[in-house]
Design a protein around this ligand. Structure first.
Ligand SMILES: NC(=O)c1ccc[n+]([C@@H]2O[C@H](COP(=O)([O-])OP(=O)(O)OC[C@H]3O[C@@H](n4cnc5c(N)ncnc54)[C@H](OP(=O)(O)O)[C@@H]3O)[C@@H](O)[C@H]2O)c1
Length: 308
């Protein structure tokens, strides 16, 4: 199977932009499929097709493409089965599912069951279509924590870059796995360059396995300064997140996600115990150190000069 023309839903998003960049750098021809109502700015290096997500418009948008990628945000995940139906009808050979998270065997809190069920319904739908039509295939890409992006965007993850302060939950020694935005883009490229090895299965990748203590050390070393450190506990965070969820107020998602990352002894947020248990080498996702990851987060924040 040879893949050259790739369409992406959500190509203007947090993950979509680095995925599109990686695809272009690897020589794929890229079409971003975007909503008629979207106000997103899209790279001039790609073709753009606008859609209302009706079956007719989707099939037309996907015609002539070898692969399609679902990188829409959680708000658009209910459209995944419509994308999959249209991809199969348009003779797209590979559909990359909307995952970029924790995959099929996610061990998260019950508060997330509904959102996982919505995603999994699309995944099961793709598997059923692929079974009925061997010309249609799929891959899910499980990337764990989007680490450089998350560290910069969410101070609740423990690191407030602007204030150079940290919150260390429990002992700070709970390990989790993460993939950088560059690694996520490379994982997509790697799947499309290895279609036979990645056919009809979930692949797992990681750039790093790390913990808060290692990240704090790296932040202090790269910024050459001592950060203000406060201690907290995942128990407090869990209670707060659950109370917000029960009350129907915002903020619970991040609090529960961060609890899952750092809750002692649970290893809830590791896509695999070791890199060897992942597909990182096959897909060309490189290993990064805590120093590398922290440097990326600081660069993206504008605190260090970006590497060329
Ligand atoms: N592992 C993690 O911790 C983690 C964290 C963040 C995201 N993710 C996953 O990564 C994937 C991409 O997430 P993201 O943060 O990159 O998404 P995002 O930036 O929020 O959205 C990506 C694009 O999706 C489209 N979109 C948004 N809302 C939509 C709606 N209601 N209907 C249709 N389209 C909509 C928009 O594209 P147009 O405007 O061009 O139509 C948007 O630019 C998702 O599967 C998400 O769950 C995982």
């Amino acid at each position: 199977m040879s893949i050259q023309k790739v369409a992406i839903f959500g190509g203007s998003g947090n993950f979509g932009v680095p995925i599109v960049r990686a695809l272009l750098d690897a020589g794929f021809a890229v079409t971003v499929i975007t909503r008629h109502t979207s106000t997103a700015t899209i790279s001039s290096d790609v073709s753009v097709v606008r859609t209302d997500y009706s079956a007719g418009e989707l099939v037309k948008a996907l015609a002539g493409h070898d692969a399609a990628i679902c990188a829409v945000g959680p708000g658009g995940m209910w459209l995944q089965s419509a994308m999959i139906d249209a991809a199969e009808a348009a003779k797209v050979k590979r559909f990359i599912l909307g995952d970029f998270g924790w995959g099929k065997h996610v061990r998260s809190f019950p508060e997330f069951d509904e959102v996982h069920a919505l995603r999994a319904a699309g995944w099961d739908h793709a598997a059923a279509l692929a079974e009925a039509n061997p010309a249609f295939t799929w891959t899910g890409i499980t990337t764990g924590n989007p680490i450089d992006w998350a560290l910069r965007k969410f101070p609740i993850m423990g690191f407030d870059i602007a204030c150079q302060s940290a919150i260390i939950y429990d002992s700070g020694a709970e390990y989790f796995t993460g993939t950088t935005l560059e690694g996520i883009g490379q994982a997509v490229v790697g799947v499309l360059q290895n279609p036979d090895e990645t056919r009809n299965r979930f692949v797992k990748v990681m750039s790093i396995k790390t913990c808060q203590s290692e990240l704090l050390e790296a932040f202090e070393s790269v910024t050459e300064s001592k950060w203000d450190v406060r201690k907290s506990s995942t128990e407090t965070l869990l209670d707060s997140g659950r109370a917000k969820h029960r009350a129907g107020t915002g903020g619970w998602i991040l609090e529960l996600v961060v609890t899952q990352l750092f809750q002692k002894g649970e290893s809830r947020s590791q896509v695999a115990a070791t890199r060897e248990d992942t597909d990182s080498d096959l897909l060309g996702v490189k290993t990064e150190s805590a120093r590398d990851v922290v440097t990326r987060a600081l660069e993206a924040y504008g605190l260090l000069q970006a590497r060329s």
